[in-house]
Structure formats: structure tokens, C-alpha cells
Design a protein around this ligand. Structure first.
Ligand code: NAD
Length: 262
């Protein structure tokens, strides 16, 4: 589905065990596919069994892949997901905290409290729980990649909960990175711009309805490279942060947005 040139796979994750939350989704699945191509074993964690089974099929579904059904906002589920990965692979070296939901678009004066709390539950509590449980067992020298957004560094009107939650992930990352640096574990956030996938299409539909304009065109006009990213382009940057290619990079914010936030 995504073009991976053979020469780009260098065995950078040979022998490593990785856990990807939101692993049945667009960026999570593209990441798993690249990780597997580079020699990793991957546990895919997501909400529902059926999309997870489809995802496992798409990446080959062999014994290097483990699927785990769970909700990142539920501490027992996250603990069980980490335990399942360690049980299958005997170790855990990389966490990609990627699960996320596109939040509602509404003016702050109309924004629902439940929607606000639900957005924070997935993006902030979910990342906190994944880090809490994965870092108890993560190998020294391992890597944590938190999938934030350009919305974690800048803002658009009408999406206050998503913007605040994505900014909060940077705070989590900075604090946790300092906490685990002594173990040689690196923790970074990645900040994709708009991706050409269903998640972003949903956001753009809601923003278009709110503003009366064409949000997709507006985003493309705001991106110097003039287009949305492919999920595989985000996955390649996640791969970089996951491997020793980024061995002196921690507590950093890697922007992959076609220049949008400059
Ligand atoms: N698509 C974009 O344009 C874009 C841009 C910047 C950042 N991001 C971020 O990238 C990440 C992945 O998004 P995507 O574009 O692949 O969207 P996606 O909807 O394809 O994937 C997200 C996955 O997370 C899972 N998920 C959601 N809530 C969960 C929960 N409570 N427990 C377990 N799993 C849960 C979903 O089931 C889904 O499979 C998200 O954190 C998103 O905020 C996306």
C-alpha cells in the first residue's frame, strides 16, 4: 500500500521490540510497516479487534506482530498491553504513543466540557499511561516517540481542546525525557502537519462547516510544500526517532509539516 524502497530498509531495528498505540490507524500502521521492514517486532494496540486484525494482515501478520485490544485512557488496558508485548517478545525497546482522536471544532464559548475532557483523556492521559507502564520495562537505550501535531506548536481557531492537548504532550515529553535520560532512554515528540487520511479529512469537513470556507484548500495554501503529507512520510520520521540514527536527540520536537509552522 505504501511504497517502501528496499534500499531504505537498513535493519535499523533488528531485534528490537516495539509497541505502537493507535496501531490500526493510518500513521500507526504505516509506522508498524516500516518498523517491521527494518527488522523490528511490533505490538499493535488499538480500541477494536476487527481493525486490528485487518492491520495485522496488512503488515504480513506473522509471529513478529502481536495485536492487543485496549483503550489508552484505561490504566488496566495499557498495563495489559505492555505486558502482552513483553510476554510475546521478551523485551520492549520502543514505544510510539500515537493513539488519537480528532476533536470537535467549535468556538470556545460553545465548546462542550465532555468533549474537552474526552480529548484530554486520549491525548494526555493516554500518553501519560503509555509512558508510565512502558517505561517500567523499556530497555536502557530505548526510545519513546509521542505523536503530537503542528497543533502542539501553533494553533488554529475553533479547536481549543485538540490544540491544548497536543501542546500538553510536549510538556509531558520534556519532563519525562529528563527523568529517563539517565537510562539512555530518549523521549521526543513528532509534529506532523495535515496528513492525507480520513482523520484529517474529518477535521477539515468540520472546519469547513464552521468557517464556510474550504479547509483543505486553506491548509494546502498554508503549507509551503503545498500539499498534505502521506502517512508513510510521517512514519519515516518516527523511524528516525525510534532508532539509534537519532542517538543524541532527546527532549526535542521534530516538525514534519512541509514548512507549515515556520
Ligand atoms: N492525520 C493528521 O493529519 C494528523 C496530523 C498531526 C497529528 N496527527 C496525530 O497522529 C496520531 C495518529 O492519527 P492518524 O492520522 O493515524 O488517525 P487514525 O484515526 O487513522 O489513527 C488513530 C488511531 O488511534 C486509535 N485510538 C483512538 N482513541 C483510542 C483509544 N482511546 N485507545 C486506543 N486506541 C485509540 C484509533 O482507533 C485509530 O486507529 C493522532 O495522535 C493524531 O492526533 C494526525
Amino acid at each position: 500500500m505504501w511504497p517502501v524502497k528496499e534500499e531504505l530498509t537498513l535493519g535499523l531495528l533488528d531485534g528490537k521490540a516495539c509497541l505502537v498505540t493507535g496501531g490500526a490507524g493510518s500513521i500507526g500502521l504505516a509506522t508498524a510497516r516500516l518498523f517491521l521492514a527494518d527488522g523490528a517486532r511490533v505490538a499493535l494496540f488499538d480500541r477494536d479487534a476487527e481493525p486490528l486484525a485487518r492491520a495485522a494482515d496488512q503488515v504480513g501478520g506473522d509471529d513478529r506482530v502481536r495485536t492487543v485490544v485496549g483503550d489508552v485512557t484505561n490504566e488496566d488496558d495499557v498495563a495489559a498491553g505492555v505486558a502482552a508485548a513483553v510476554e510475546r517478545f521478551g523485551r520492549l525497546d520502543v514505544l510510539v504513543a500515537n493513539a488519537g482522536t480528532p476533536a470537535a471544532a467549535a468556538p470556545v464559548t460553545e465548546f462542550g466540557v465532555e468533549e474537552f475532557d474526552a480529548t484530554f483523556a486520549v491525548h494526555v492521559r493516554g500518553v501519560f499511561l503509555a509512558c508510565k507502564h512502558a517505561l517500567r520495562v523499556l530497555s536502557d537505550g530505548g526510545s519513546v516517540v509521542i505523536v503530537s501535531s503542528v497543533a502542539g506548536l501553533r494553533a488554529d481557531a475553533g479547536v481549543c481542546a485538540y490544540v491544548a492537548a497536543k501542546h500538553a504532550q510536549v510538556g509531558l515529553m520534556r519532563s519525562i525525557a529528563k527523568e529517563v535520560a539517565g537510562r539512555g532512554i530518549r523521549v521526543n515528540t513528532i509534529h506532523p502537519g495535515p496528513v492525507d487520511n480520513a482523520f484529517q479529512a474529518g477535521i477539515e469537513d468540520r472546519l469547513s462547516a464552521l468557517t464556510g470556507g474550504d479547509a483543505t484548500e486553506a491548509f494546502n495554501a498554508a503549507i509551503p510544500l503545498g500539499r498534505h503529507a502521506g502517512a508513510d512520510e510521517i512514519a519515516r520520521s518516527i523511524l528516525y526517532l525510534a532508532t539509534d540514527q537519532s542517538s543524541f536527540t532527546t527532549a526535542s520536537t521534530l516538525v514534519v509539516d512541509g514548512g507549515m509552522s515556520a
